[in-house]
Write a protein of this length. Structure first.
Length: 114
């Protein structure tokens, strides 16, 4: 899934990691001829890529970001108590994650990009 760059960090080896708006990080190295990203080597170059999109393979695999913290938990639902809004198409804002636990029965869930 495409995610926007919202900042940068360095790893313990000094390589740049783009912070994505989903909460994941992705290395953005300049290692020609295989990876050509000369913009990552300067502050102006990195600033110029803020808001640019990268393909986040961790989002594609539905992996939670490492530093994710829980801020809310809903009550357990069943077929009679599930909120109507969850039964129709809906989306959450970028960077919001949820964990669905099915205690019994089945759930049909389809994830996609808007």
């Amino acid at each position: 899934m495409k995610r926007q760059i919202c900042g940068y960090d360095k790893d313990d080896r000094g390589d740049w990691i783009a912070r994505l708006d989903c909460g994941h990080g992705q290395h953005v190295r300049h290692k020609p001829p295989f990876t050509n990203r000369p913009w990552v080597e300067t502050a102006d170059g990195r600033a110029g890529k803020l808001g640019a999109e990268l393909d986040c393979v961790r989002c594609d695999r539905f992996e939670f970001p490492e530093d994710l913290t829980s801020y809310r938990r809903t009550p357990d639902f069943d077929e009679t108590s599930i909120p109507a809004g969850l039964l129709k198409d809906h989306s959450t804002k970028t960077g919001t994650w949820g964990l669905i636990r099915v205690q019994s029965g089945e759930l049909q869930y389809t994830a996609g990009e808007q």
